[in-house]
Design a protein around this ligand. Structure first.
Ligand SMILES: [Mn+2]
Length: 424
């Protein structure tokens, strides 16, 4: 299914008057609104190929309908999102779930939808049917050299697929760790992992980055070999200038101060990428902004402040990706909501009065500091985000248009009722 642009224009015409009123109201309050719009237009969030189907839990999976059955259909789905919101102009692939059969055809299809390929993701957290060695006791950390070699080779193969597609980063998330005290020698596990990562690092093209993603626990419950930002930073620092830490919002222990982590990683020039999602407890993979929108805003506040301090381009300085997948929503509606929440938090962070905040911080006016941040957080900036989206050719209200065009019903018609996307 393709969304014709006249359908978007029709909705935009219908909503034009009320949109203008709301936008004028925001403009009145913030003199820099116009300057912010171009930044919002430039800002693109990569959609992970595994989020287009319904996610499972360890207890079961309730498949949706009309899910993409192939890489081509996943690209079409991201194309639908991007046509509606003009902020989803990239896709992040997962190997081996998304191995392209014909690079040129896949690249052409993506280009047709205005999409580029963001970071490619390797998978050594599960065994594939045809592989010789098992990752049951870890991959890059494994005590068995043959297992490590297989995992290294897989990562290098992922880089090769990425090169063909024009990707420029590899994300490595390891499930490696241990379930019981005594199972692992921590230092040996670290050394094995580092040496394996060094071999992968050596295979990176000149313009590539590798993102070392950390996660506190799960699937291992006693220790994880890349468990937190400190450990990730250790690896990234030892690996070299092309290696960075990747922050996944759901990969911390409860109540971790993620905005502080982000700030310090940026200061060290070692923040490379971001995985957005939301959670109540741990790696819940819920819709971004659905549980803790204030935290999302505070993180963006540090991102904007830190990136500006480092002279980084907001749109290209970091890899921006969603990493979520759950059980109950239409995945495309869920992703529209996530992207909207990210754009709102980013817009609010751009509106923070930095000069006033710096001045208030300099005299320890704690009350004023809080007022400055919360003034922005409590401002409804949805019309500002909508304005940017409409100027880029997107819909005033993507979710409403998705529903009124009956996109899911159309996809079910094309793909069938009982389809299961590859992935988690
Ligand atoms: Mn992640």
């Amino acid at each position: 299914m393709q969304i014709e642009s006249y359908k978007i224009e029709e909705q935009n015409q219908q909503l034009a008057a009320s949109q203008q009123r709301k936008f004028d109201f925001v403009k009145e309050q913030f003199s820099n609104s116009e300057a912010i719009i171009q930044k919002l237009i430039n800002f693109q969030i990569a959609i992970p190929s595994w989020a287009l189907g319904t996610g499972g839990t360890r207890f079961g999976r309730f498949s949706g309908s009309g899910e993409p059955r192939s890489l081509e259909e996943k690209i079409e789905d991201v194309g639908l999102l991007h046509a509606l919101n003009k902020s989803s102009g990239a896709i992040s692939l997962h190997i081996p779930w998304d191995i392209p059969q014909n690079y040129q055809a896949i690249k052409a299809l993506a280009a047709q939808h205005g999409l580029r390929f963001d970071a490619v993701n390797s998978n050594t957290f599960q065994d594939q049917p045809d592989q010789k060695q098992s990752y049951k006791f870890g991959s890059l950390q494994n005590v068995d050299k043959a297992v490590r070699k297989q995992a290294i080779d897989h990562n290098i193969e992922v880089i090769k697929h990425g090169i063909e597609l024009g990707s420029e980063a590899l994300t490595v998330w390891l499930a490696d760790g241990s379930n019981f005290p005594g199972q692992l020698n921590f230092r040996k596990a670290f050394q094995n992992t580092l040496e394996s990562l060094q071999e992968i690092y050596a295979a990176l093209p000149e313009n590539w980055k590798v993102f070392v993603e950390y996660k506190a626990f799960e699937p291992n419950f006693y220790s994880t070999t890349v468990a937190d930002w400190g450990q990730s930073l250790l690896y990234a620092t030892k690996l070299g200038p092309k290696a960075y830490t990747l922050v996944d919002l759901g990969h911390h222990l409860p109540n971790a101060n993620i905005e502080q982590i982000v700030s310090l990683l940026l200061m060290e020039g070692k923040l490379g990428g971001f995985h957005f999602n939301d959670s109540k407890y741990a790696d819940d993979d819920l819709t971004t902004g659905s549980i803790r929108p204030y935290q999302l805003f505070l993180i963006f506040n540090e991102l904007v402040e830190g990136m500006d301090a480092m002279g980084m381009d907001h749109a290209t300085g970091l890899g921006w990706m969603i990493d979520a997948s759950h059980n109950v929503k239409d995945p495309l509606e869920d992703l529209l909501q996530s992207v909207e929440a990210i754009m709102i938090a980013y817009a609010q962070a751009l509106l923070v009065d930095r000069k006033a905040l710096n001045e208030a911080q300099a005299v320890s006016d704690v009350v004023r500091c809080q007022e400055i941040l919360q003034n922005v957080f409590r401002t409804d900036v949805r019309a500002l985000v909508a304005e940017a989206r409409m100027r880029a050719g997107g819909a005033a209200d993507p979710l409403a248009l998705y529903r009124s065009l009956k996109v899911r019903e159309n996809l079910i018609g094309e793909r069938g009722y009982k389809t299961v996307a590859t992935g988690l």
